[in-house]
Ligand binder design. Structure first.
Ligand code: AHR
Length: 499
């Protein structure tokens, strides 16, 4: 038995060692490939769903879990490290059933509501003041998601006034009497969420007219119209035609699902087919961005209206007994994140904001918590690796790399992004999507590079409370040889380097 096991291990090692590298060629030029990468494309989304807020982020000031005015110190510290440029809250679907008045004033007197979309009861213990404190702790801009589905326009307008007025108006006085003297800054305001579905099941025409009505009363923030999330070009066309003047941004929601919306697929324990299907789905975001951009260009050639990908990420099946939308997060998710960032970098003319769904314990999260314990996910580390890209200017990069096939799914082996960082450095991000073969990327560059690599032995490698370092970045460096700089990427890896 022992001998057979040893033989099998050796055979596996020989196969891995013997896997022929993919040969690729990368040419980077100094030409800017678009406007700068807005730091806000590295934004986040926080919804009152499952343990995404209660437990995951908020434990309350009275908790024994270390916190600052109720917000978990461990999570805040980790998020501050990668930086949270913008946060969208309180939904999602939750937003169109939310009355902001439920979340202000004495916490003991706040109403308890049913969480219509994600189950359980909403205590409203986290409301406007608490959320804004969280944003201030993180140093994040705020993107409020307003209710167009079930509240009148006056409610949305008054929420904004309550938060931002600096005068003697009754709403500003009410904010002061609730403990906040200085007005807050609210940079973005969402005019409904998924109006095609949970936000009201509206026809595009009805939504466009309602959008115009609501947007008329929202003065002090950039107004984000709820756009596409189901591959419906017609809705985008109608919204742009009828409402472009009344919006500053239009949203796209895009989820990557390995199987389908009935049976999404597992977050771990998947095979090479599910690996390939998930990454194929993730790369498909570029098709939607291009389609929306084309329609937007028709009605807004000056590109005044931004495209906000304000929900994106993987969506797997929630295991039995787990809180709503909870899922494990593996190396595959890190590659989805990296490949998606590279797509955003290629569309900076329109994509000015993006918000991964969601921050903690929900869908493709940064961290998972269980009582006092917290573990950072591979997706968190993808955000960490890409920090140099915030505010960088994308450069033209041409990659010649073969494709690979798994079943009937064909994928590029390597995907890339290059940019001139704010500090003048050239930064490169490369994703090797092939789970089996390393990639040898010859470049036209001649300097040494240093950076980090994120990889692991298994496709579904993930961090747990017991083993929090199964997928963490490792140092990566390369020096130019006689043929210039050649980068050797491990199979299934993300490499970010600078020079
Ligand atoms: O992120 C989970 C849900 O996905 C959001 O509430 C909704 O907007 C989308 O359908």
């Amino acid at each position: 038995m022992k001998t057979l096991a040893a033989v099998l291990i050796l055979a596996a090692a020989a196969t891995a060692a013997g896997a022929q590298p993919i040969e690729a060629r990368l040419t980077v030029t100094q030409d800017a490939a678009g406007p700068r990468i807005e730091p806000t494309v590295y934004g986040h989304f926080v919804e009152h769903a499952g343990t995404g807020v209660y437990g995951g982020l908020w434990v309350g000031p009275e908790s024994t879990i270390p916190n600052t005015r109720g917000w978990r110190n461990d999570v805040v510290q980790a998020l501050k490290r990668v930086g949270v440029p913008v946060m969208r809250w309180p939904g999602g679907c939750f937003a169109d059933d939310y009355d902001w008045r439920d979340g202000i004033g004495d916490p003991a007197k706040r109403p308890i509501r049913r969480n219509r979309w994600w189950g359980g009861l909403e205590s409203n213990r986290v409301g406007t003041h608490e959320f804004m404190d969280f944003a201030e702790q993180l140093g994040s801009e705020v993107y409020l998601s307003g209710n167009m589905g079930s509240m009148p326009p006056r409610a949305a307008a008054q929420w904004l006034d309550y938060m931002t007025a600096d005068d003697a108006s009754t709403l500003a006085q009410e904010r002061r009497s609730n403990g906040r003297d200085k007005p807050w800054k609210v940079k973005y305001f969402g005019v409904g969420n998924e109006s095609f579905g949970c936000g009201g099941n509206m026809t595009p025409e009805h939504q466009a007219d309602l959008h115009n009505q609501y947007a008329t009363f929202l003065w002090s923030a950039a107004r984000v119209a709820s756009g596409d999330g189901e591959g419906d070009d017609n809705r985008v066309e109608v919204l742009m035609k009828r409402s472009a003047k009344q919006m500053d941004a239009l949203s796209l929601h895009y989820y990557s699902v390995p199987d389908n919306w009935t049976k999404h697929g597992d977050a771990t324990g998947f095979d090479a087919g599910a690996w390939a299907r998930t990454l194929k789905a993730a790369l498909g975001i570029e098709t939607r961005i291009t389609a929306l951009s084309t329609i937007m260009d028709k009605y807004d050639p000056a590109k005044r209206v931004a495209l906000s990908v304000d929900e994106w990420g993987t969506w797997y099946d929630t295991p039995a007994g787990a809180s709503a939308l909870w899922q494990q997060n593996s190396l595959r998710d890190a590659l989805v994140a990296a490949a998606t960032f590279n797509v955003f970098h290629a569309h900076t003319d329109r994509v000015k904001m993006a918000n991964i769904a969601q921050m903690v314990n929900v869908l493709q999260s940064m961290a998972l918590t269980d009582g006092p314990r917290m573990v950072l996910t591979p997706t968190y580390y993808a955000f960490d690796l890409y920090r140099p890209f915030k505010g960088a200017t994308p450069l033209k990069a041409t990659l010649q790399a073969p494709a690979f096939s798994t079943g009937d799914v064909e994928l590029p082996t390597v995907q890339v992004s290059a940019a001139r960082a704010a500090d003048g450095k050239l930064v490169l991000a490369l994703v090797n999507l092939d789970p089996d073969r390393p990639a040898r990327v010859a470049t036209n560059l001649t300097s040494a590079v240093t950076g980090q690599v994120l990889t692991a032995a298994a496709m579904d490698a993930h961090n747990t409370f017991e083993h929090p370092k199964a997928v963490v970045p490792a140092p990566f460096s390369a020096k130019p040889g006689p043929q210039g700089l050649v980068l050797e990427l491990p199979p299934k890896s993300v490499v970010v380097v600078g020079m």
